[in-house]
Design a binder for this molecule. Structure first.
Ligand SMILES: [Zn+2]
Length: 466
């Protein structure tokens, strides 16, 4: 249960942006191939437990919005997380209030016996208005009051920022305090035994960090199909420390993943123009120009097969694409930059879209329930844009995406076709700087398992933020 809560907390933290706004669970920065990771377990076979594990993480992300249904405040009191209100010498009481579904400040004030006439003054300072405007169920407010009079209120906005409001006479003073932290570079490594997440746990890194690692190498390694027992990784990453406590893991600075004996390496680099990306040690960008799978699917319901029997027509008819089963309404995203060549009704395909990606590559999406707004012929799309939604229009036995990939008109298997890499090299003038900046990080990546931040925390590269 505590593990489950931990995951939820992590999810809740991940779902909060810096200004405290929540993002939908699917926008937490997972790249498309990672999405599919979670849903592929049945297709990928029993050996692949990570898929199941990530599926859990993903499904556990959704309950963030129903947190009060899972833990109401009385549960938390029972669990000892919310103690008795402490009463200080001046007679004021400190309380912790868990925000419930549908709560407004006014409702909370009434529930706690506070005078609602103070609300105007409380929300007068801009910092108070901005950070109390939206109340998420499950979040906590700490308050100090003397009878009906509110004396102070605080709210944790994220790992590092807290809103602090204190009474000043008839009004209130509000500000956001920021915890100072120290960033340290740490190195760890692991080997895949039963699962990727198992290896991450053993290596002492967060699930979020291993997901970032998988994202960095997503254009090189198919983390669903290519992973093997004995694969290994090493990673140099940031840790954010405050007061002797590791609060959070930050960016990955460099990483190596050895997949089926082949080593892939990446180093994070901020170009002179501010653009941040991951590059091979030779300075080639790892940004994937094209992702393999354009949606989060539950299974492959029909594979690419140029001589199969059609399930409805009941005669040999080539299956010129891959069918990805997914619930009606599942968003379909452009796998690469391109232009809409067609969108509309197209015979057995039902509602269909064709995208042109340049270099003779076109992709087709069939059986859609509907099109995304503005997806008309001629419209430019960027990788990741939603173009339409899964459905069962045309000749389809159930909701799925029929996905085709053609090169100069020739049908290719979308699951195995060599995707455009789009590895743009660094500008000539940038290479020297890249070499200088990446050398020490790559050195650290090579330095073996003993140079961990845990053993020498203060000697690791550190920068101070206030
Ligand atoms: Zn199909």
């Amino acid at each position: 249960m505590s593990r489950f809560r931990g995951i939820l907390r992590q999810a809740a933290a991940a779902a909060s942006t810096r200004n405290g706004r929540r993002l939908p669970w699917f926008a937490i920065g997972l790249s498309l191939p990672l999405f599919s990771l979670g849903f592929l377990a049945p297709a990928a076979g029993p050996a692949y437990q990570d898929a199941l594990r990530l599926d859990l993480v993903l499904s556990e992300l959704t309950p963030v919005f129903t947190l009060p249904l899972l833990f109401n405040s009385s549960d938390l009191v029972k669990a000892g997380e919310f103690g008795h209100p402490d009463i200080s010498v001046d007679g004021s009481r400190a309380i912790r209030v868990e925000i419930r579904r549908g709560d407004t400040l006014e409702r909370i004030f009434r529930r706690e016996g506070l005078d609602t006439a103070q609300l105007g003054a409380l929300l007068a300072p801009a910092a108070a208005r901005e950070n109390l405007r939206i109340l998420h169920p499950g979040d906590e407010l700490r308050m100090r009051h003397d009878g009906p009079t509110l004396l102070a209120i605080s709210r944790k906005l994220d790992t590092f920022r807290t809103l602090e409001i204190t009474r000043e006479g008839e009004g209130f003073d509000a500000r956001v305090t920021e915890l100072s932290y120290e960033t340290r570079a740490a190195r760890t490594h692991g080997e895949i035994r039963s699962s990727l997440f198992g290896a991450a746990a053993k290596a002492g890194i967060a699930d979020s960090t291993i997901m970032k690692l998988a994202g960095i190498f997503a254009s090189q390694i198919d983390f669903v199909l290519d992973l093997r027992e004995g694969d290994s990784f090493a990673v140099v990453y940031e840790e954010k420390w405050h007061d002797g406590e590791k609060l959070e893991e930050g960016e990955i600075l460099a990483a190596e993943f050895i997949n089926q004996g082949k080593a892939h390496r990446a180093v994070r680099y901020q170009a002179a123009d501010g653009h941040v990306g991951y590059y091979t040690p030779d300075g080639l960008s790892l940004r994937k120009a094209f992702v393999r799978v354009p949606l989060a699917f539950s299974r492959i319901s029909s594979d690419f097969n140029l001589s199969r029997k059609h399930p409805i027509l009941n005669r040999i008819r080539a299956h010129t694409g891959v069918d990805y089963a997914a619930p009606t309404g599942t968003p379909i995203r452009a796998p690469g930059d391109g232009k809409v060549a067609f969108s509309g009704r197209k015979g057995g395909y039902g509602n269909a879209i064709i995208l042109e990606h340049g270099n003779g590559i076109t992709t087709l999406y069939g059986h859609l329930s509907r099109f995304a707004k503005g997806i008309n012929a001629g419209r430019r799309v960027s990788q990741g844009d939603i173009i339409g939604y899964v459905g069962a229009t045309g000749l389809a036995t159930g909701p799925h995406l029929h996905y085709e990939y053609r090169v100069n008109g020739k049908y290719m298997n979308p699951r195995t076709v060599k995707l455009p890499e789009g590895s743009t090299p660094l500008a000539a003038g940038e290479r020297e700087r890249f070499r200088e900046m990446s050398a020490p990080i790559l050195q650290q990546l090579d330095d073996g398992g003993d140079m961990l931040a845990n053993s020498q925390p203060d000697k690791a590269s550190a920068s101070q933020r206030t």
